[in-house]
Design a protein around this ligand. Structure first.
Ligand code: GMT
Length: 380
């Protein structure tokens, strides 16, 4: 099939998932057209067969207080549809992508372009239910041919907030188990910290991630005798808050900042434990990548994370904000090499069993075929 994918192109989870999905679909013979404002983060390396990128350029004119990006995205989606005789739009993160695809379909009438909308999290839980967007999000859910959510938790939240007339499909996220795999610690990774335990956190440092808790967990584990360093990968508004917390806790000299990492699959296997204390995380793509690298996850029992991490088997989950319990779990893991290894291996097995590329990408393909057939698009 020929599919246009639109998403946020930054290093955030929704863009990463959309990009990886496009890459896997291209490997399976589909023609994938990314329609985004800049080239998606994970596509940046070398060109790949079957993948095309179309830049959305929104003219900024001083008359506008805010550039109307969504209109430029709609125009680009319609243009790409016509020029490449597409079969389907798959948009990730409802705002503004689903609305833009619906507008593009109107522009293409009488062609009936099918639209699949994938919800990722705050497009429902935070931004989507704000009064300024809620009615528009409801309209987008109704007008999409199919709506998917990345966890049962997000599906249930969406259905209870928006009461859509069609059920939301749950299609979990996936990660590539060949790319994300365990390997011994690279001696070039933090050479000054050889012999120390590595606590890793990867995110976009937004308030939902509770990055102060990341630092508090780490500081408590150090206080209990663990010799470790905290590695923070990624950037975002709360990075400064995390560093202030590290100063307050007296552990700033044990914090290592990596900034935005081009290829996290090279960083994660170096870690001993992955910290993810977010509240209301709809899935947790980074914890899945950690589990594939046989790194146990310690985090919060909230949102969709319990669908990813099995408590007591692949990591430990505690009440949101319970940094004492999370620190105690880190200490347990880091002082018991058998447990650390057992949890690591169980994490990789669980991830391959439940979140494999083949099974998850296959679910999207089934949905595409069903809706392309139903719409019977007339223009291709
Ligand atoms: O919803 C967001 O805040 C943005 C999004 C992102 O781009 O980082 O994150 C969400 O989508 C990811 C991919 O599906 C999920 O793994 C994250 O759990 C989810 N974030 C939240 O729910 C806070």
């Amino acid at each position: 099939m020929k599919i246009a994918i639109s998403c946020v192109p930054s290093a955030g989870g929704s863009g990463v998932l959309a990009t990886e999905l496009g890459r896997m679909l291209a490997r399976r013979g589909h023609e994938i057209h990314f329609v985004t404002s800049t080239i998606p983060h994970r596509l940046r390396s070398e060109p790949e067969p079957g993948i095309f990128f179309h830049e959305v350029r929104a003219l900024h004119y001083p008359v506008f207080e805010h550039t109307p990006f969504m209109l430029a995205l709609s125009a680009k989606l319609a243009e790409v549809w016509k020029n490449h005789k597409l079969d389907l739009f798959h948009v990730h993160y409802a705002i503004p992508h689903a609305a833009a695809a619906i507008l593009a379909r109107e522009m293409l009438a009488p062609c009936k372009a099918p639209i699949i909308t994938t919800l990722h999290g705050t497009d429902i839980t935070l931004v989507g239910q704000d009064a300024s967007y809620k009615s528009m999000v409801r309209f987008c859910l109704e007008r999409s041919d199919a709506v998917t959510a990345v966890s049962d938790w997000l599906k249930n939240v969406t259905e209870s907030i928006f009461e859509p007339t069609k059920p939301v499909h749950r299609i979990h996220n996936f990660a590539d188990h060949e790319l994300f795999r365990p390997h011994p610690r690279d001696p070039k990774f933090l050479p000054g910290d050889q012999g120390r335990k590595i606590f890793l956190h990867v995110s976009n440092f937004r308030p939902v991630k509770r990055v102060q808790d990341v630092v508090r967990i780490f500081a408590r584990a150090l206080a209990q005798g663990v010799d470790g360093v905290l590695v923070l990968a990624g950037e975002g508004p709360d990075l400064g808050i995390a560093l202030e917390e590290a100063d307050r806790a007296g552990v700033r000299d044990r914090v290592r900042l990596l900034g935005i990492v081009e290829d996290v699959s090279r960083v994660i296997p170096n870690a001993d434990v992955f910290l993810f204390p977010s509240d209301g995380e709809s899935f947790g793509l980074a914890p899945l990548e950690a589990m594939l690298c046989e790194v146990p996850v310690v985090g919060a029992l909230a949102g969709g994370l319990p669908e990813v991490v099995e408590h007591g088997v692949t990591g430990f989950l505690h009440a949101v904000g319970d940094v004492e319990a999370m620190a105690a779990s880190c200490v347990r893991l880091l002082t018991d090499p058998d447990m650390l290894e057992r949890f690591g291996k169980a994490g990789r097995q669980r991830s391959i069993r439940l979140f494999s590329v083949d099974s998850i990408v296959g679910q999207y393909e089934d949905l595409y075929r069903e809706h392309a057939r139903k719409r019977g698009c007339c223009c291709n």
